[in-house]
Ligand binder design. Sequence first.
Ligand code: GDD
Ligand code: MN
Length: 358
Amino acid sequence: MTLSVVVPCYNEHANVAPMVAALDSALAGLAWEVIFVDDDSPDGTHMAARALAQSDARVRCIRRIGRRGLSGAVIEGALSSSAAYVAVIDGDMQHDETRLKPMLEALAAGADLAVGSRHVAGGDSAGLGSPLRVRLSTGGIRVAQLLTGANISDPMSGFFMLRRALFEQLTGRLTGQGFKILLDLVLASPKPLNIVEIPYKFRPRQAGESKLDALVLAQFAGLLLDKILRGTVPLRFIAFALVGAFGVVVNLLVMQLARRAGWDFTSAQSIGTLIAMIANFQLNNHLTYRAQRLRKARAWRGLALFLAVCSLGAIANIGIAKALYIENGSGLLAGAAGAAVGVVWNYAVSATLVWRVK
Ligand code: GDD
Ligand code: MN
C-alpha cells in the first residue's frame, strides 16, 4: 500500500461515490485506499461508504459514535493506515484530487510535507463563495502566520500529504481540537519541516453544506492561544472560566431585573444564580465540551449534576472568602480567592463527573 487517502466527512452522503470515482481516475497505477471517517452523520454517510466498500477493497470506513471534530477524525483515520504515505482531503469535492500525484512526487523527492495551496501561483480560492468567507480566510491566514511563524502561504489548508511515519511521530503532540489539523501538525514538529506547496483551485461545493461556523472559529482562536501559552494552561479551563465570567453577568442582570419587579434580595439573588448556572451549563455543553456534548436524557442528568457541583463550589467559595476576610479584612482579595477556588473546583469536578472527560 503506497497511499491512504483520509477523508473526514460529516453529512457528505451524496459526495462519497463521486469521491471514490475521482480518486480512481486520479490515482490510476498506484496502490491506494480511501478511508472515510464519519462522525455518525445523520444523513447516513457511513452507509454510502460501506455500500461501496462491500465490492471495493480500496474503500474503508471508520464510523465514530459520540464524537465530533474534523481534526480528531483525521487523526483516527491516519492512525488506521499502514501505507507509506497519508493524504488528507475534504469529503465534499472542493479539493482537487488530481494534485495528489504531484504531492506524492514532491515527497518522494525529499519533502517532509506537501500542502495543497490556494495562495501560490496557479492556486485559486474562488470556491470559497461569499466575500465574508474570503475575508475570514485571509484574516485567519495572516493571524496564523504572525502568531506562529509558520512559513506557509495556506496554513489553513485541509489538503496535504506526508509520510505516515512522520504523522505518527507527531500525533502525541497534537491538540487534536477543531478544524486546523495542518497547522496543528506544523506547530507540533520540534524541527522545521521541509514543506512543498502544490497549487490547486478550491472548487465550489456541489452537494451538502459547510460545517464551518462561529464555534469552529472560536476553536481556531483556542488553538492559537494554546500555542502562545505553550500548553501551560488547559484550553478547556480557559473556556470554562470565560463561561463562568459570563455567568456572573447573567446572575447580576437577572438579580437586578427581579429586584425591579419587587422581589426581596435573597429571592432575586437565588433566581439570578440558578439561571446563571443553567446558562453556564448550556454554554459549556456546546462550547467547552462540544466534542462530548450531552444530549437528551443525559443532558438533563448532566444539568442536575452540574447544579449540584456548582452549588458545592459556591459554598466553598463563600466559606473561604469569609475566612480570609475575617483574617485580613480585604474584601476584594478574599472574594477573588474564594472565586478562584470555586472555579477550579467547578472545572475539575464537572469535567470528570458531568462530562466524563478521560
Ligand atoms: N468526521 C468529521 N467530523 N468530518 C467533519 C467534521 C466533523 O466534525 N466537520 C467537518 N467535517 C468534514 C466535512 O464533511 C468536509 O468533508 C470537510 O470536513 C471540510 O468541512 P467543510 O464543512 O466542507 O469545511 P469548509 O469547506 O468550510 O472548510 C474547508 O476549507 C477551509 C479553508 O477555507 C476545510 O478544508 C478547512 O479545513 C479549510 O481550512
Ligand atoms: Mn468544504
